[in-house]
Design a protein around this ligand. Structure first.
Ligand code: ADP
Length: 377
């Protein structure tokens, strides 16, 4: 039986790699004729200047060719990603120049929306210019596509805690909360909107791959019917991690967390601050563990209201490894106050879903309710 399964698995893998190879060859072969057809049409466009009717048709054909080129480029990228062959040419650059150029280039191709740069922070980033421009283009192009009733898209970048945070905001159809975490998967498209908008569901998959390779992270905030904001953040080159620590028997704080032993309320009061990554979550959690042990307290008020972005890379560790350590150290009740960030909420849900043991954990939107619960139990 086992042998049969192995054979089946091998057959599936071979078929899948043949399919990837086919996509790769086909999209590669499509590139050359498309480029020539576009060149011919561009010449025709110039020659058709005295016939508005013909010029209109030619420009229509050129637009469709652009779409076709984008689709084949996406397919080619995906086949390269699957084969681990998407190449990156890394160099140091000022991201504000990239953003400005990407927005100007994009604006020159559309008249339906104004792409506004709200803030453009200078920041040195180690990256592949073309690939990151592709990320920005993809996000702006989605923002335009999924907001047909709106006439503007707002782009911004700023530095927060040694990271450059870039956002692309639209005022369009929005995304249902229960689908938001699936968007970066290959071929994923939201059913309700898929039939109204053309696409293959590859753009965001490629975006996530490129950002991962830049040690970046991404997340989304969205409200159905009101619009979405797509964020990504990249480490800034040469930024020093200012790590001022206060570490006493009753208090601990650094730039990511503040922990206080509250003997009156009989719980550990924990306030997470700003962006978190795998390292900051682990460090903060282990500090909590240490203080729980030393103080003899059994309850934790875990406040995420000031948390921004996503910390999904640490969520599994928190649920699987850290909670059991906390339980062994005496933890009985854990009040978890949600962040406003959807992706941070999803990470908290994930940790709670996988944790086992006897600790009673409750998630709250409201800090007061969480505190009242802890005081009662
Ligand atoms: P495509 O647009 O080709 O379908 P993407 O990978 O770029 O593929 O996006 C995946 C899905 O995510 C889209 O089909 C759409 O449902 C949703 N989506 C992406 N961007 C937005 C946006 N700005 N607003 C609403 N939904 C979006």
């Amino acid at each position: 039986m086992r042998r049969q399964e192995e054979q089946q698995l091998q057959a599936i893998q071979e078929l899948s790699s043949k399919k990837d190879e086919f996509i790769s060859v086909a999209s590669h072969e499509l590139k050359t004729p498309l480029t020539s057809a576009k060149a011919y049409l561009q010449i025709a466009e110039r020659s058709a200047s005295n016939s508005p009717q013909v010029a209109k048709f030619v420009s229509g054909a050129l637009k469709q060719l652009d779409r076709l080129q984008k689709l084949t480029a996406d397919l080619l990228d995906v086949s390269k990603i699957n084969a681990g062959k998407l190449d990156y040419k890394m160099s140091e650059l000022n991201f504000s120049e990239l953003l400005q150029e990407a927005v100007s280039n994009f604006q020159s191709t559309i008249s339906t929306h104004a792409i506004e740069i709200e803030q453009n922070q200078e920041a040195l980033i180690e990256c592949d210019w073309q690939r990151l421009e592709q990320v920005v283009n993809n996000l702006i192009s989605n923002a335009v596509k999924y907001s047909p009733q709106a006439n503007r898209v707002v782009v911004a970048s700023s530095i927060i805690q040694n990271y450059l945070v870039v956002s692309v905001r639209d005022f369009g159809v929005g995304i249902p909360q229960n689908r938001i975490h699936l968007l970066f998967e290959r071929f994923y498209r939201i059913e309700e909107t898929a039939m109204h908008f053309q696409g293959m569901g590859l753009g965001l998959f490629i975006v996530s791959e490129i950002l991962n390779r830049h040690k970046g992270r991404f997340w989304i905030e969205s409200e159905e019917g009101k619009g979405s904001t797509f964020y990504f953040m990249l480490p800034v080159k040469g930024a020093q991690n200012v790590h001022e620590e206060i570490d006493t028997e009753y208090n601990y704080s650094n730039s990511h967390i503040a922990i206080a032993v509250d003997k009156d309320k009989d719980f550990l009061n924990v306030n997470w601050l700003g962006f978190q990554d795998n390292q900051s979550v682990r460090h903060g959690c282990l500090k909590m563990l240490d203080m729980l042990k030393k103080s003899g307290l059994r309850k934790v008020f875990n406040d995420n209201r000031n948390v921004l972005g996503t910390w999904s890379d640490a969520a599994e560790w928190v649920g699987k490894d850290w909670f059991p350590m906390m339980e062994a150290a005496g933890l009985t009740h854990f009040a978890w106050i949600y962040s406003k960030s959807t992706f941070s909420q999803l990470s908290a849900d994930k940790s709670v879903d996988i944790l086992q043991g006897k600790v009673v954990t409750r998630l709250f939107n409201n800090g007061k309710e969480g505190e009242d619960w802890l005081l009662k139990v």
